[in-house]
Write a protein that binds this ligand. Sequence first.
Ligand code: BG6
Ligand code: MG
Length: 218
Amino acid sequence: MHKKGFIFDLDGVIVDTAKYHFLAWKNLAKSLGFDFTEEQNEQLKGVSRVDSLKKILAWGNTSVSEDKFQELMTLKNTEYLSYIDKMDDSEILVDVPRVLDFLKAKDQGISLGSASKNARRILEKVQLLPKFDAIVDGNDVSKAKPNPEVFLIAAKAVNCKPEDCIVFEDSVAGVEAANLANMISIGIGSKDVLHEADYIFKDFSEISEAFITELINK
Ligand code: BG6
Ligand code: MG
């Protein structure tokens, strides 16, 4: 039994794939004749592919048939994967391996809790897959963040109670999901955006081993 469960979101926490999601969605919107802002994009972070497309179509006051909807999802993912397939371990965000290795050395549970259906492929590309005790991703859940389902499954996968888990998240939806799951939420990114998180850091370089040890012993 692990003492604590540390649950990592993927996109925007472990790797900077948020920029690739943004690019692919922006190009899709452009092909439909409209655009959306970086601020609107914050609302897409952590949100499933289906829900993201629904939001984008609403922003563009556009409605499409079910067939067209599926076609647009495929188009977006094909472009997104063309960026992903060029990734390597140089795209791992700063100090993520240091934190993962420290947690492993302290024998803590390490789970992925991501909305992405491409999570395994990305972790393989950046060679981080072996660092995780459990992977819970968009293929394992029926309810998208801010629903806490993904984190509750990720906690169970490392035999930890929700209140013994700590979540690293870059999205508003993900922080809300962690809070709803009764876990400690750590926002990675801007204080202006992630103010609902229990702690906020710009990136993992600001997360000290002393702070992690404190979380372990809480
Ligand atoms: C989340 C991203 O991690 O995964 C979202 O923040 C994305 O932007 C979602 O829409 C689903 O990802 P995918 O790879 O299954 O399209
Ligand atoms: Mg994210």
